[in-house]
Write a protein that binds this ligand. Structure first.
Ligand code: NAP
Length: 287
């Protein structure tokens, strides 16, 4: 299903990559970009990611049949408020925010109820890099995208958004909002918090220069995601606070058990924990 005019608010890694993928598949007529910085948007034009831009969201969404909101979580509500009076009546709106309960809350506040033509979504794809220069058309290929429509969400709008992501090469699944937020707290948010905490903790050790000098592959693999954008991760932690706190508490119990096994020189227990983890990792290793 071709999109005549796509408006992307937040032309960064995710928004830019989707624009590139749709253009590569000739699935979109015109792409209009919007964000705070004209300089960033001009860069997106120069890279061929968007056709034109407007820093005013009201102007940018005018006449768009599909609006993709790809800004950090903390900016969602303000963006929804800015675009609300200017959306075409039949426009479909979707977002890519990493926590869905907070997007639904933001929409409720901004629109006075979640519109039936708003389809909350989340691509399970990304890199630790940000900005339009980091975007690439293949980012979503063979990746999952989770849509979390509400009971009253328009089925046709869901199909349009599903088609959008499938065109970009993704596999689309649907899930409840709360379920999504718990699953992502465990699979993405907790690992990012642990990576940030590990690097921060080591960097503040007295011998940190030496530690980083001798850091090997294991350290690099484990901490790569600590290079992600701090503002984006601040917003995700605040947006998915409850589920994240639950996962941290669960993890702390298990870390304590591991600590106690080391304290007690309980090698058998350590092998048991590490073997269980290895089995799970071997069986479910992410692609
Ligand atoms: P990004 O590369 O930093 O892009 C964010 C874009 O939003 C930038 O173009 C920025 O441009 C714009 N922006 C920031 N604040 C804004 C505001 N108040 N109003 C309008 N535009 C604003 O970030 P990203 O990685 O694409 O992430 C975007 C969204 O996708 C986030 O909600 C994130 O949670 C979600 N997500 C990210 C990943 C990932 O791995 N990166 C994966 C899945 C979902 P200006 O600076 O010019 O305003």
């Amino acid at each position: 299903m071709r999109i005549e005019r796509l408006c992307i608010i937040g032309v960064g890694l995710i928004g830019g990559s989707l624009a590139r993928a749709l253009r590569a598949n000739d699935a979109v007529g015109e792409v209009v970009g919007c964000s705070r910085s004209a300089e960033h948007l001009q860069q997106a034009v120069d890279l061929g990611v968007i056709d034109r831009y407007d820093t005013d969201p009201a102007q940018a969404v005018a006449g768009a049949d599909l609006v993709l909101v790809a800004v950090p979580m903390g900016a969602m509500e303000a963006v929804f408020k800015q675009i609300r009076p200017h959306l075409a009546p039949d426009a479909v709106i979707t977002d890519v925010g990493s926590a869905k309960g907070a997007v639904v809350d933001a929409a409720q506040k901004a629109f006075g109820g979640v519109p039936a033509n708003l389809v909350p979504g989340h691509p399970i794809a990304g890199t630790e890099r940000s900005g339009v220069a980091a975007s690439f058309a293949e980012l979503f290929r063979q990746r999952r995208v989770i849509l979390t429509p509400l009971a009253h969400t328009d089925a046709e709008a869901v199909e349009r958004v599903r088609g959008l992501w499938e065109t970009a090469g993704a596999e689309v699944v649907e899930m409840g909002v709360e379920h999504h937020d718990r699953v992502l707290a465990a699979t993405s948010h907790l690992p990012h918090i642990l990576a940030y905490a590990t690097v921060d903790s080591l960097a503040r050790l007295h011998e940190h220069d030496e530690i980083f000098q001798y850091a090997a592959g294991g350290f690099r693999d484990f901490t790569r995601i600590a290079g992600s954008d701090p503002v984006m991760w601040r917003d995700i932690c605040l947006a998915n606070r409850e589920a994240i706190l639950e996962m941290i508490a669960h993890f702390q119990v298990d870390l304590t058990a591991l600590t106690e096994a080391i304290q007690a020189r309980d090698g058998e227990r350590l092998v048991e924990i590490f073997s269980r983890a290895k089995r799970a990792r071997d069986e479910h290793a992410p692609r």
